[in-house]
Design a protein around this ligand. Sequence first.
Ligand code: SF4
Length: 268
Amino acid sequence: MDDVNASVVSRPHSSAADPADPVGPSAAADVPAVLAQAIDLARAAVCEVADPASVGEHLGMVAEDEWAASHRFAAHLPGYRGWEWNVVVAGCPGAGSATISEFALLPGRGALLAPPWVPWEDRIDAGDLSPGDILPPKEHDERLVPGSVEADVPDVEDIATGLGLGRKQVLSVEGRAAAAERWLTSDFGPDSRMAKAAPGACHDCGFYLPIAGPLGHSFGVCGNEYSADGHVVHARFGCGAHSDSALPTGAGSPLYQPYDDGILDVDA
Ligand code: SF4
């Protein structure tokens, strides 16, 4: 039996950040001899396209399936510490020699890798938008639906859409719920410190401008330049600048008669 005689050593890691898998999937298997003996063939394949000095010692072999195996070589390349050349050799049953299927530079154990890529729409945060920046909504943004699908007043929206009027998209139920949640828990929500210490709530304040639409029953905009001017406030938010607030009696300094020192004659 000379066709099965090579034991597998270890496989390069698909991710260097995977310490829970120190050895790899095919930790022990037998490989046809024609594949196990193809070390020089595998090395020569890499040397054909890469600097031979970059192909280091043979690190082991991994069975891919019954007709294919990968030979691993240390890679000596600037900036690729811990990476390995991985050469896949193949041979059908009874073949007298192996052939090269493919090879690649792969990260080995401890290889330095870039962090996982994060799409820009997941990286961007509230407050990142600067003047001149363009920030289109995500494709299939769940916060939006076509304007004709979810209208505040369906009959009016149908007519407006038919006439080519109105907005192309409006907030979806999810988008409205998310906005309401943000506003509810913001500094202008009913549980904020300001609201808890306020003498009155926004909903009966003269500076409160209710907003239209489905969120109008809970939110409005403050129109008081000395308070939350221009911010969306919850109807149960409130502040000391409430239009009905009054100074507590006894507050401030006592009232004195003005003293005019211009009427005094000064004798030198
Ligand atoms: S002045 Fe104060 S109470 Fe009145 S709407 Fe603005 S935040 Fe609300």
